[in-house]
Every structure is written in C-alpha cells, then in structure tokens.
Design a protein around this ligand. Structure first.
Ligand SMILES: Nc1ncnc2c1ncn2[C@@H]1O[C@H](COP(=O)(O)OP(=O)(O)OP(=O)(O)O)[C@@H](O)[C@H]1O
Ligand SMILES: [Mg+2]
Length: 466
C-alpha cells in the first residue's frame, strides 16, 4: 500500500488533468455537448460507485481468504516431518486446495468487477464520442472551421482511453484503502492493550524483591472470558529460597500457574504477592524483571547464539564465553545460528542468559518449565549444579513430568483440574497412602517407587538437619 499508493495517486492526478483539458477543449468547440458531458459524468459516477462498492467488498474477502492459505502453508512447512510420518499429506493438500479455491472465488469476482467497471467506462466514453460526431453532423452549418472540428473529434476519441485509465487508477486507490481498513481494526481503541510496562509507583531497581517470597491468595484465572478457569482457588505461600516441584497430569494447570505469576494473563480473582507487593499493582516489566524463566520451548530471536544471549551488546565477548562454558555449551558455538540448536541446548542458552544478569539484576524467583524434558541425565546434572551454585537462596519453581527431577525439592505442589490439591514435602505426602503424589509414585512400579520414596526421605532428612 505505502509503496504503490503515491504512484497511483500521481497517475490519477495526471489522468484527471488530461480528461479535464480534453473535456474543456471539446466543450468550447462544441458547446451543445456540455449537457451530454454532464449526463455522462452523472452516469459515470453512478456506475463507478456501484462497481466500487462490490469490488471493495470482494477485495476485503480476498484479503481475508489469504490468511488461511498462509497459516496452512506455515503449519505444513513446520510440521512436514509429522505429516509425512502420519501419512497426512492428502489431508493437508485438500485443506490447502479448499483455501485456494475460496481465495480464487473472491479474487475472480474482484477482478471481474474491476474489469467490468473499466469496460463500462469505455462504453460510456464511446457514447460521448458518438454524441460529438452526431452533434457535428446535425449542426453542420454551425461548424465551419474544419481544423477545430478535427481537434474536437480527435480529442473525443481520446477520451475513452484516458477515462479507462482514470477509472482503473481510481478503483485501485480505493481498493488499497481496504488494506488501511484492516490496519485500522488493529488500532489501540479496538484492540486490548497490554498494561503499563513501568509505573511511577513501582519500587526502585534493586530495592524489590529482596527475598523472593511468594503468596498466592484465592487466585483464579481463565484464559478468555467464557472459558472455564484454568486454575482456581489457589492458596499457596512459598517461602524465600525454597525449591518447589510442581507436578500434575497434562492440562492440570501447571503452566497456567506460571502464566499468572508472569502476568501473561492477569488473574480474574485473588492476588499474587512477591515480597509483600501485589503484582497486579506493578508495571509489567517491573514484575517480569524480578522473575526469570527457563521455558518449555525457549524464545529465540533470529541471529547467532551470541545475539540471542546479548541482543543489546551489553556484555563483553569474554563474559559471553564464560557463561556459555558454564552451562556446558561450546564457546565456538557463539557464532552459530541459535535456531540450529537443539531444544535442550536452547534451554541451556536460556540458563546462560540468566547467568549474565548479575547483582541487583539477578532475579529472585526462577521458574523452570520441564527443564529436563529435552536434556540428557548428564546435562541435567550440569544444569542442577550451575543452578545450585549460582542461584543460592533463590526461590525456585520447577514444573516436571518426571518425578525424580523434583522429588528432592523442599515441597511438592500437586495440581489437578486447575486446583492445588496437595502442597507439602514429598516425604510427608508419600506417608499418606491415598495422597495423589503417592498414587502417582506407586503407579511407576515398585522399583521406581522405592527409589523415589528414598530420595524424598533423603531430602526430608537434609531439610531437618538445616
Ligand atoms: N492459551 C490457552 N488458551 C486457552 N486455554 C488454555 C490455554 N493454555 C492452556 N489452556 C487450558 O488451560 C488448562 C491448563 O493448561 P496448562 O497448560 O496450564 O496445563 P499443564 O499442566 O501445563 O499441562 P502440560 O503438562 O501438558 O504442560 C487446560 O485445560 C488447557 O486446555
Ligand atoms: Mg505445561
């Protein structure tokens, strides 16, 4: 739109001036043609309005029909391995054919109305030329200067040509505005906006949080209005420096718990406090700076590993090498594309990014969503060691499906259907036969269950010693 618009407006002005000059000259030579000209202009405006209305509607639908084509193309390209494995090629082909058919229908209609508009304009202009010829023929005695008549006739034959171009350009310009219409839909007043990033009342950098104590009170959150809450009645206090393991079946609400903490979706009921300050009352960036996450699938920005670690070039290369080596990645990998890292390596990269934050910039709460899902046992060991050494005294929430990775935590939070069903040390929970954790542990078979129980006991004994 922004590239083509000036060009088309320029053409439009050019054509308008040409048509104006031609019409004025013809009208001066054949004054009786003026009423014909006005009637012609009226009919022209009427038909161009009608064509334009249908054409814009068709163009709107054409643009909207393009989105499913692009989405399916992206989906298919990203999931090609799974599609091949499941032999779903024909399903996606059919889906895309349907999308293309739909787009073609609208596009064909749009092109047809567009061309019809141009044809109508030309026919109208031809009638005007015929009108000029007829008037001259009828009033022969009034027109004695052959040269002037030649000019008038010549110009009247040129008119259809310029008028066709004029309508083409004017319809194009109007069509371009459908793109602006779509943009206008995303303006601030019609789209829900993110809360303020930083508020004047926010605590100064370095003064908050100091401990990392979390307090969830009657928290309830639904992703959208009308959806059932993903978590509800969450009442949990997490003391500073504690390691909490969050477990539960798929869809139990573990990630949603973190979503509320980071205020990706604000809770509809209740409150979350970090070191006594309600998160809802703080700026979004103030909240997120105080927390850190190693997500299930880390966010990458296009570029090298070094660029992903330090997008604002704040740190020296030596510092980058130091943190990369600490987490077990290769220093020469800094120049490689981050998108070529495996998911496990991307998680290590997220950890390295955390290590770069030092002093008051260090987060007081770290969340890890499935940190070991994509990492082998040895790398997991490195990860745990680095975390224990570097983030001593930091509150840590770890979501895990594999119980052995979190059973040694200070406390376990067992979630089910959006509720925190159990929250206690693993050892205490495993003492109760009918606890959810005990059921989950026992379901793994005798061997694993015994080893998990002894790990939980070791952790409890360790805590008692402290
Ligand atoms: N973006 C979303 N929009 C709407 N509903 C969602 C969204 N994300 C999750 N949910 C719903 O919220 C509920 C809890 O999902 P959540 O992702 O928190 O589960 P989880 O315990 O993290 O599962 P998993 O172990 O598979 O990661 C589910 O019923 C899910 O369908
Ligand atoms: Mg999850």
């Amino acid at each position: 739109m922004d590239k083509m618009f000036p060009l088309f407006v320029d053409h439009l002005c050019h054509m308008f001036m040409n048509i104006f000059a031609l019409s004025v000259t013809i009208s001066i030579i054949i004054p009786t043609l003026i009423p014909v000209l006005f009637v012609g202009l009226f009919v022209y405006q009427f038909q161009i309005d009608a064509v334009d209305r249908s054409n814009r509607m068709a163009k709107r639908q054409t643009i909207a029909a393009l989105s499913p084509i692009m989405t399916t193309l992206g989906e298919t390209a990203n999931g090609r391995a799974v599609i091949h494995a499941m032999n779903f090629q024909s399903f996606f082909c059919k889906k895309q054919y349907k999308n293309i058919d739909r787009w073609s229908n609208f596009n064909h209609f749009s092109s047809s109305t567009f061309n019809w508009g141009i044809w109508m304009t030309q026919i109208l202009a031809v009638f005007f030329s015929i009108g000029a010829v007829v008037l001259i023929a009828v009033q022969k005695e009034n027109y004695t200067d052959v040269a002037l008549i030649g000019v008038a006739l010549n110009y009247s034959f040129l008119l259809p040509y310029f008028l066709a171009f004029f309508s083409q350009n004017s319809m194009m310009v109007r069509m371009f505005f459908t793109a602006v219409e779509r943009l206008m839909k995303y303006d601030e007043s019609s789209m829900p906006q993110e809360p303020e990033w930083v508020l004047k009342t926010d605590p100064k950098k370095g003064t908050w949080p100091t401990n990392g104590t979390l307090e969830f009170k009657n928290v309830e959150m639904a992703y959208r209005e009308g959806l059932p809450p993903a978590i509800r009645d969450v009442n949990v206090n997490i003391d500073s420096g504690k390691h909490i393991g969050i477990v539960g079946r798929t869809g139990a609400g573990k990630t949603s718990f973190i979503v509320v903490l980071f205020r990706i979706v604000d809770c509809q009921k209740g409150s979350v406090k970090l070191d006594g300050k309600e998160l809802d009352k703080l700026g979004l960036h103030t909240v997120r700076r105080a927390l850190a996450i190693i997500p299930q699938t880390p966010l990458l920005i296009p570029g090298t590993l070094a660029h992903n670690l330090d997008p604002f070039d704040k740190y020296s290369e030596n510092k980058l090498i130091e943190v990369v080596e600490k987490v077990g990645l290769k220093a020469n990998g800094l120049k490689e594309k981050a998108s070529e890292l495996s998911v496990g390596q991307q998680q290590l990269m997220a950890l390295a990014r955390l290590l770069l934050r030092e002093g008051s910039d260090r987060p007081k709460v770290i969340v890890m969503d499935e940190p070991t899902a994509n990492i082998d046992a040895q790398t997991d060991e490195i990860l745990q060691k680095v975390i224990n050494e570097e983030f001593k005294g930091i509150t840590m929430l770890t979501i895990a499906h594999r119980l052995n990775t979190v059973i040694g935590s200070d406390a376990m939070m067992v979630m089910d259907s959006g509720l925190v069903k159990e929250y206690d040390s693993a050892h205490n929970l495993l003492q109760k036969d009918n606890s959810l954790l005990a059921t989950m542990v026992d379901a793994l078979g005798n061997g694993v269950s015994n080893s998990l129980r002894s790990l939980a006991k070791e952790a409890a004994d360790e805590t008692k010693k402290i």
